[in-house]
Design a protein around this ligand. Structure first.
Ligand SMILES: *Cc1c(COP(=O)(O)O)cnc(C)c1O
Length: 369
């Protein structure tokens, strides 16, 4: 028997339900009708989840979330475009690097890692830089756990007729998103975040009329979203070898998602996880990095103790032994570490994690305050 899985307090891969893992205990042929109907139903459910049935299509893409982000930018953004990136974390930086690789002009709006992007500031950037044609916006900056005001930003983009591509990787399924009349042109997410599937498949939900104009634009064959879409429309099959087991697990995870009460229930469970975690950590002396107004329920960043005896690696190892996997910080300026609140886990897991952290701190002799 394999060792039991640890509880992953990381924002993907994350803890999955046993039923989701069990869905992978068989094989599928990529030409098989049963498998292809499964892909079709997964895409239909993903579209419905954000009310995109009428004007949008859902195109799946093999790979981790970044592959889908790169596919969306490479396929949807013309080479002579200029993209605004309001920059408040590592995933914004990744978008900038992708655009640089593609030789697409980019205007970055530097923000603090605790500072949400403001719709007013984005509107001011449009006035200052009329060459901006697109906005690439991270909805939930997972580096700190910060939630950006997507609807306000989308409204500004719609008012000024700028295309808006959203990295909704760690918000999709947990934070409500309604595409109808939103001004959002494309939304990117993946199987292994708040939908609680296993990692290996991204997807882009994109305005059909926009994607239809993008034939032959992608500089990459494998990441050509238009090609993937038209091939799938024609054949119901993936262009290249599909991540069969990932699709099967996501099908099962989406069934569980619906049975548990959909997005509102998921958001409520993550909110309970977050508040249990933050209360417990505060009692140990740890302070969250973000102000409550910017804090999402997906992941919490904590300030590292100032004690010179502090080493994240030591805490990680001690808490690992108790069965929990923590996440290092990803901020550039301050020393932090992170605890994820998403996955098939509840308050009991969060209480267990806090207890394990408390015991580890005591054993390591670290003064938190
Ligand atoms: C997880 C994540 C991604 C994708 O990262 P991968 O490592 O490629 O899965 C992109 N953006 C955000 C905001 C994320 O949280």
């Amino acid at each position: 028997m394999p060792a039991p899985s640890p509880i992953l307090l990381t924002p993907g891969p994350l803890t999955t339900a046993p039923a989701t893992r069990e869905a992978m205990l068989r094989d599928w042929g990529s030409w098989d009708g049963e498998f292809n109907r499964m892909t079709t139903s997964v895409c239909a459910d993903l579209l419905t989840l954000v009310h995109g049935e009428t004007d949008y299509v859902c195109v799946p893409m093999q790979g981790s979330g970044t592959f889908a982000v790169e596919a969306a930018l490479g396929t949807l953004v013309p080479r002579d475009a200029c993209v605004l990136v309001a920059h408040n974390g590592a995933y914004c930086a990744r978008i900038v690097r992708i655009l640089e690789r593609m030789g697409i002009a980019c205007v970055t709006m530097p923000l603090g890692e605790d500072e949400p992007a403001g719709a007013d500031a984005i509107e001011a950037a449009f006035a200052r830089e009329p060459r901006i044609t697109h906005v690439a916006q991270v909805h939930l900056e997972t580096s700190a756990g910060l939630l950006n005001p997507l609807y306000d930003i989308a409204a500004v983009c719609a008012r000024h007729d700028r295309r808006l591509i959203v990295d909704a990787m760690s918000s999709f399924g947990a934070v409500p998103i309604d595409l109808r009349g939103s001004g959002i042109d494309a939304l990117v997410s993946a199987s292994g975040k708040c939908l609680e599937g296993v990692p290996g498949m991204g997807f882009v939900i994109v305005r059909r009329a926009l994607l239809a104009q993008c034939a032959g634009r992608s500089p990459s064959l494998a990441l050509d979203l238009h090609d993937q879409w038209t091939y799938m429309e024609k054949t119901t099959q993936w262009r290249f070898t599909p991540p069969t087991h990932v699709v099967a697990a996501l099908r099962r995870a989406l069934d569980a998602f619906a049975a548990q009460g959909g997005q509102p229930a998921r958001a409520a469970r993550y909110a309970r996880n977050r508040s249990t975690l933050v209360e417990g950590m505060r009692a140990l002396g740890f302070e969250p990095f973000l102000p409550a107004t910017a804090q999402s329920d997906v992941i919490v960043t904590f300030h590292a103790p100032r004690d010179p005896a502090w080493r994240f690696a030591d805490l990680y190892a001690a808490v690992r032994e108790a069965g929990y996997i923590l996440y290092p910080g990803k901020l550039t300026e301050v020393e932090t570490f992170r605890v994820g609140c998403i996955g098939a886990i509840d308050e009991q897991a969060m209480r267990g994690a806090v207890a394990a952290i408390g015991q580890a701190i005591e054993r390591l002799g670290i003064r938190v305050r």
